[in-house]
Design a protein around this ligand. Structure first.
Ligand code: SF4
Length: 702
């Protein structure tokens, strides 16, 4: 009897309108868990190398994690995966809400789509009955209209993941929405769904669906009870809640503190994060004000400085507290004790529904300080427009910032923006966001210049000569709202993770503090000598894939001790050790890397501005400038990869990845150059001073 999984994956061929169930061997679950672990195993072994991501050959997976569908806290996520049309390499994106658990509850561990339908279609899993239904009526509808239509037709118990107009129009920065506003946004996988003419995946489970068997339910519930009780204790309202609620006002002070202390690491941190995300009910918007001031949020397309270009009085207009005033009800994803989400009520929305999901921090920054927008009304309307069309808000903000700069430089002029609404055109500019919504609509509908912009800044800059400098991305994907100049390990993540430009991918900079308290078996993340940065980054990269494969929300990594090993054992009956868990994550990361090696998609491109070349001359990121190659070399060595990023044969063998060995003969890596002596010197200083509380200082002045 299987425990924790069903040993059943559904494979749908849209070209032949047929489907079948595959039953992977038990050892596949133990070696890859679920989520994109199972996803990369299936896609790697079934996808021909070199296919166009927007072709019938691409495979699109919907993969809940190993914990998803069980009562384990924070475990409600699913991953969408496939070859990315944005980067040409491995693509994955994840989403919370309630859709992921439904895949498990209907008796499946994953759903994969092959081929391409002739006409718009949607998959409807109704108990044990599987159907592909006509979606012609839904084509052209936004995600809320689509979900409402399906709910009306199939009843309120149906769970839906769907694309909007951006995915239908094959925008390479489009994603997939579930629960009326949770989005698997990154990697452009909405376009893959749009190409396949697959409008939605809908699930309505019934009593006849097989229950998920658990190895030791009693032990699992004991662990959960204990965890939730500790969490409740941390979340108790008190003095700290008040302080955190007003933390925005302390932003200038925090900017100075960060400069002098190097980090906010302390044992009380977990409690502080719990309170910040859940108790204050600010969710991730609790970071809006602070991040803009301390150098975390990129400002004005990465060329601005928070306190100068987006000072407190502007930042406050789109701050977490301001947004909270519109809150109708807080909510959380399946089994989440933190409940960081919220539904806002906003009458000015130009839709019949006057409710909207609260924008996350990433959105508030990308449609806020990145483009110098301090108008909350515009931010909420832009967020809702993008959610309905299902376009990634991080990438969309990056495109708008790129447009503003191209206009500032005279590369785009008024006539370039001719469209039905403005036959004479218009001129977007910094600090005047009056054309923001029109620009986004043009991108969603591929109208006029929107046709070029709909595929992200890299592709746009290839079509607009002279604009490469203003297109801020890492290996083709727009960089998220955590400035890569803060810390070279963050920038390293943006270029060296198989899905580039992701703040959720493993980085020593963002993860070491939380992981130290999350799972003490992981041991220390101390950096004692020059090569330790790469080694510790590798250690985090290995472990974090195991987390992702369980379907856990990564915000939980910052919220204190979690009985991770105990929960795996109680769900599956596997007597796992920490070493085995880390090895599982290592295997997943290495197969993702091999996917890119096979596709020739290991690259180290990051826009020069995003690594401080030239450096800013003022502000928290003053004179920060990095060459990432020495660090990348240390990281690859610690991962058992060659200097060019391609895994070594012995590493594949060690990880039971013999299935990838023969691909080594055609694998392509990156070409490394170590040119800039000045920057090399800085990275050496950074390595030496990593554990020094005043580590920010030695980097300035070089
Ligand atoms: S912390 Fe927020 S995003 Fe994460 S599972 Fe909970 S509600 Fe969802």
């Amino acid at each position: 009897m299987t425990q924790g999984y069903h040993k059943k994956i559904l494979v749908v061929d849209l070209s032949t309108e047929s489907w079948h169930i595959e039953e992977p061997e038990d050892k596949i679950y133990r070696q890859y868990y679920g989520g994109y672990g199972l996803g990369v195993y299936y896609i790697y072994t079934h996808l021909k190398p070199g296919v166009d991501p927007l072709s019938p050959e691409n495979i699109l997976g919907f993969c809940p994690g190993l914990f998803t569908g069980t009562p384990s806290p924070f475990s409600g996520r699913y991953m969408v995966c496939g070859k990315s049309p944005l980067t040409g390499g491995w693509g994955n994106a994840n989403s919370g809400g309630t859709f992921g658990p439904e895949i498990k509850k209907v008796g499946l561990d994953a759903i994969f789509f092959k081929g391409k339908s002739e006409k718009p279609t949607y998959l409807f899993i109704d108990g044990k009955n599987i159907q592909l239904l006509d979606a012609s009526e839904l084509w052209g509808k936004d995600t809320i209209e689509t979900e409402n239509f399906i709910e009306k037709k199939h009843g309120p118990r149906v769970k839906v993941a769907c694309i909007g107009q951006a995915g239908e129009n094959l925008s390479r920065i489009s994603g997939i929405v579930n629960d009326l506003g949770r989005i698997a946004a990154r990697s452009g996988l909405g376009a893959v769904m749009g190409f396949k003419k697959l409008k939605a995946v809908c699930i309505r489970r019934s009593k006849e669906n097989e229950k998920l068997e658990l190895h030791d339910k009693k032990e699992l519930m004991n662990q959960i009870k204990q965890y939730n009780s500790n969490f409740k204790e941390m979340a108790k309202k008190g003095f700290m809640t008040k302080v955190l609620g007003s933390m925005g006002s302390l932003a200038p002070l925090l900017r100075i503190m960060k400069k002098n202390t190097g980090s906010f690491d302390s044992p009380g941190m977990a409690k502080m994060i719990v309170q910040m995300f859940s108790t204050t009910q600010l969710g991730t918007t609790s970071a809006n004000l602070v991040s803009a001031q301390i150098g975390d949020s990129p400002i004005k397309n990465f060329k601005g400085i928070g306190y100068k270009d987006f000072p407190m009085k502007k930042a406050k207009r789109i701050g977490g507290k301001k947004i909270k005033k519109l809150m109708k009800t807080p909510y959380g994803c399946f089994t989440c004790p933190a409940r960081c989400g919220a539904i806002l009520e906003y009458d000015a929305l130009p839709y019949p529904e006057k409710e909207t999901h609260r924008p996350e921090y990433e959105t508030c920054a990308s449609l806020g300080c990145l483009i110098l927008n301090d108008d909350l009304d515009l931010l909420l309307k832009a967020n809702e427009l993008l959610n309905r069309a299902c376009m990634d808000t991080i990438s969309a903000g990056g495109v708008i910032a790129y447009v503003y700069e191209c206009c500032e430089q005279g590369l785009l002029t008024e006539k370039d923006f001719k469209c039905a609404a403005y036959p004479e055109g218009f001129l977007p500019k910094w600090k005047d966001n009056s054309y923001l919504l029109q620009l986004l609509k043009m991108m969603i509908n591929r109208e006029g210049i929107g046709d070029i912009l709909a595929d992200g800044v890299k592709i746009a800059s290839e079509k607009l000569p002279g604009s490469k400098e203003y297109a801020i991305h890492a290996n083709g994907q727009e960089i998220p709202m955590h400035d890569s100049r803060q810390d070279p390990t963050l920038a390293l993540t943006y270029i060296a993770d198989p899905t580039p430009g992701r703040h959720t991918a493993a980085s020593l900079s963002l993860d070491k503090m939380g992981l130290k308290y999350f799972l003490e078996e992981l041991g220390s993340f101390e950096v004692n000598n020059e090569n330790d940065l790469g080694k510790q980054q590798a250690k985090i990269a290995k472990f974090k894939q195991a987390i992702e494969a369980t379907g856990m929300c990564i915000l939980s990594l910052n919220m204190g001790a979690y009985p991770f090993l105990e929960i795996i054992r109680a769900i599956t009956g596997w007597n796992v050790s920490i070493d085995e868990v880390v090895e599982t994550g290592y295997r997943i990361q290495t197969l993702r890397q091999m996917f890119n090696a096979r596709e020739g998609a290991i690259r180290h491109y990051i826009s020069q501005r995003a690594i401080g070349s030239p450096p800013l001359i003022k502000g928290p990121l003053k004179e920060k400038s990095y060459d990432l190659e020495p660090l990348a070399q240390d990281y690859y060595e610690a991962m058992g990869y060659q200097k060019n990023g391609v895994p070594k044969k012995e590493t594949l063998e060690l990880l039971n990845l013999n299935l990838a060995v023969e691909d080594l003969s055609n694998a392509k890596g990156v070409t490394i150059t170590l040119e800039n002596e000045y920057i090399k010197k800085q990275i050496t200083q950074f390595k030496k001073s990593f554990n020094n509380p005043s580590r920010i200082q030695p980097l300035t002045g070089g």
